[in-house]
Design a protein around this ligand. Structure first.
Ligand code: FES
Length: 111
């Protein structure tokens, strides 16, 4: 189990990437939706290994309703990681198991 951040590092309606890799991008990202933290690998099912954001931490669309891949515009449900629009419709992001302790520390249980 790996501590990634504190819940206050990701405000509701925002996202953030973590684990900067030797390849020059964050390996995983977290989204805070209404106080619940969801985590996924930063790899688009349309083109596995291809990362989602244009800028660090920007994984959500302008309404903060969906995760968006800037490659070809795929939209994913925040809660499930399922692609609901775009070239990989029906496929899903790889979900991480996330835990938040009583102090607000956010852990990745499996990755
Ligand atoms: S690489 Fe993500 S939509 Fe094409």
């Amino acid at each position: 189990m790996e501590r990634v951040c504190h819940i206050n590092d990701i405000l509701p309606g925002t996202s953030q990437g973590f684990r900067y890799s030797p390849f020059g991008h964050d390996d995983i990202f977290l989204v805070n939706q209404g106080g619940i933290i969801y985590g996924y690998r930063n790899s688009c099912p349309h083109w596995p290994g291809s990362t989602l954001p244009l800028k660090k931490g920007q994984y959500l669309d302008e309404y903060a309703k969906h995760i968006v891949c800037r490659g070809h515009g795929a939209l994913f449900e925040i809660e499930t990681g399922i692609c609901i629009s775009g070239p990989c419709r029906g496929e899903r992001l790889t979900a991480l198991s996330i835990e938040v302790d009583e102090h607000g520390n956010v852990f990745v249980v499996t990755a």
